[in-house]
Design a protein around this ligand. Sequence first.
Ligand code: HEC
Length: 135
Amino acid sequence: MKRSKSNRWRAGCVAALALGPVQADEFTQQDLERWNQEFMEVVREGDRLFHGGFPSKNTVSCDQCHPNASNTHPETYPKFQKQLGEVVPLWRMINWCIQNPLQSEPLAADDARMTALQAYIHWERRGVKLEPGKH
Ligand code: HEC
């Protein structure tokens, strides 16, 4: 999709250039290992929540209907979901399942448990081609 960049974005770039030569983001092998370790910890927490670790009011868990995150299709988001009647990001659909099949309170978008559930679901579907909007 071709689109002209916003003026605000341009102004930000000009301001950044005015600060001097742009430094490449530098990181070491040690940084990479630490970041990966932190990421995998969040994936494992999502795995735990997905497989019975979510304190659902009716003890139903995600994996009962989505074994190993099957049929979660994170690569198709954002998309129109008929249950919600509009185009939504993945976390809104996770909340739909928390509220309906699990009969529990929805999570805030930036709740660490929501991040963990998304990390786990995306991890299970890594390598799958992005197809936003697809049904
Ligand atoms: C009782 C069965 C059931 C349980 C338990 C359940 N879901 Fe679902 N889930 C569904 C149904 C039904 C849909 C809607 C399918 C559709 O229309 O795409 C769905 C859809 C989804 C989708 C979107 C799938 C798509 O193709 O767009 C995600 C993501 C999802 N669930 C995650 C979860 C998570 C995370 C949990 C646990 C917190 C959970 N589900 C628990 C039945 C369940």
